[in-house]
Design a protein around this ligand. Structure first.
Ligand SMILES: [Mg+2]
Length: 260
């Protein structure tokens, strides 16, 4: 495989909850030593990039926030490109403050609604409020539309179900700022300074990571950790360019000693 740069998914690849995946730190050291440009790509919408980097450092990974390419930055880029000023945010509190610097927070007649991860705050009243904003013409942006994610307590329902329900009810289509949107991967490749075909995306999600990567011309390397399940791959039409048991096996794949 001709790989000149790497985009790493984080959750399920480098850690699960608060536990580092064995070999993750060694692989990061290998990548740094190799000189390959890399970014950590994440759909996490509960933390700004600085906090993501701080979390990784706490887990034992030497990561700088400049290496975090997040769906939050992609969301901000989208809103600015659409020249949206008034936004309603379904986002965690630190991110509301961040958006308030560049946009007017408006919960009466927003031009756009941004949906990110708000945990268990979903209820009928909130869904109905968003539905009415959409019926009044607000654009719907979601940081991602993942179906579920892996936690220490098993699989957990993600925001994709709420986004799909709101699209159905209001007869609109959401813009996706994060993975697997083409905009996200294109911008991430730009950040590496490489054309997509020389970039490998390493992730545990066959659809969002591997499908998104291949959709914009990147190579998709699937890790069999995190949310990976053999049956999800069997059910999907997407075929990864390579599969490895975990991030620990990436150096061997890159040096041609393993993988398929
Ligand atoms: Mg993941």
């Amino acid at each position: 495989m001709q790989i000149e740069g790497i985009l790493f998914d984080l959750d399920g690849v480098f850690y699960i909850d608060d536990a580092l995946i064995p070999g993750a730190a060694e692989t990061l050291r290998f990548i740094k030593h190799s000189g390959l440009p890399y970014r950590f790509i994440t759909n996490t919408s509960t933390l700004p990039p600085e906090a993501v980097a701080a979390k990784l450092r706490r887990l034992g990974l030497a990561v700088d926030s400049a290496h975090i390419f997040s769906a939050i930055s992609a969301t901000e880029q989208w809103l600015k490109r659409l020249e949206v000023e008034r936004v309603a945010l379904l986002l965690a509190e630190p991110l509301r403050e961040r958006f308030a610097r560049d946009f007017t927070l408006d919960e009466v007649a927003p031009e756009a609604v941004v949906i990110g991860d708000i945990g268990a705050r979903w209820d009928y009243a909130l869904l109905n409020r968003v539905f009415n904003w959409l019926m009044q013409g607000a654009r719907l942006l979601c940081v991602h539309r993942n179906r579920f994610w892996q936690t220490g307590n098993g699989l957990q329902l993600d925001i994709g179900a709420f986004v799909a329900g709101l699209e159905y009810a209001a007869g609109v289509e959401a813009v996706v700022a994060g993975k697997p949107s083409r905009l996200f991967f294109d911008s991430a490749c730009q950040a590496l300074g490489l054309p997509a075909e020389r970039v490998a995306v390493v992730g545990d999600d066959i659809e969002s990571d591997i499908g998104g990567a291949q959709g914009c011309g990147c190579l998709g390397v699937l890790v069999r950790s995190g949310k990976y399940r053999a049956e999800f791959v069997a059910r999907s039409a997407i075929r990864p360019d390579a599969e490895i048991d975990s991030i620990a096996d990436l150096p061997a794949l890159l040096t041609g000693r393993a993988g398929r």
